[in-house]
Design a protein. Structure first.
Length: 172
């Protein structure tokens, strides 16, 4: 196992990368085929749920002594610390959420990528005329949205649930 701080960061980054790739698929489909992102994400939620259900029923991910699809408990070194004692569910995830909100605010309002995101969102045709790659921006936005969803899921699993279940794929 990894040291406490590194283990938590590695788990969160892994969740964000995989969820970002999942969101990137949606953005790529939207950009290249014009597929509606809401319909695609709803369908991919089912794909994620059934994939996770299968994955959790394989030997490496199955909890010892059980046959239902639930992963082994999250190791102590990967759990988010509680802020108000072990009896309350308030954990370091709230700090991560505030930092993520500040990061998204900075990205949207203070960066050139944020300007591109806002320009494409306001008027894709005008943004394309101005030289902004609408397909790239669409894919990037959905990738970032997926990564943020992965962050939320990781915080929930590492901070409160302590075990990955089949319902997490479509819910988080």
């Amino acid at each position: 196992t990894l040291p406490v701080g590194i283990h938590v960061v590695a788990a969160i980054i892994t969740a964000m990368v995989f969820a970002g790739l999942w969101g990137g698929i949606v953005g790529l489909l939207k950009a290249k085929t014009g597929a509606h992102e809401v319909i695609v994400t709803i369908m991919l939620n089912y794909v994620a749920t059934y994939f996770l259900l299968w994955l959790l029923s394989t030997t490496p991910f199955l909890r010892a002594g059980r046959k239902d699809p639930i992963a082994p408990p999250v190791k102590e070194s990967a759990r988010l610390p509680h802020l108000a004692g072990p009896n309350l569910r308030v954990n370091f995830g709230i700090i991560i959420a505030i930092a993520a909100a500040a990061g998204v605010w900075w990205l949207l309002n203070r960066s050139t990528w944020g300007f591109r995101f806002r320009a494409v969102g306001a008027n894709a045709a005008a943004a394309k005329t101005a030289g902004i790659s609408v397909a790239l921006v669409t894919t990037m936005v959905m990738t970032i949205a997926g990564a943020l969803a992965g962050l939320g899921g990781a915080v929930q699993i590492l901070g409160s649930e302590y075990a990955l279940t089949a319902g997490a794929g479509g819910s988080f």
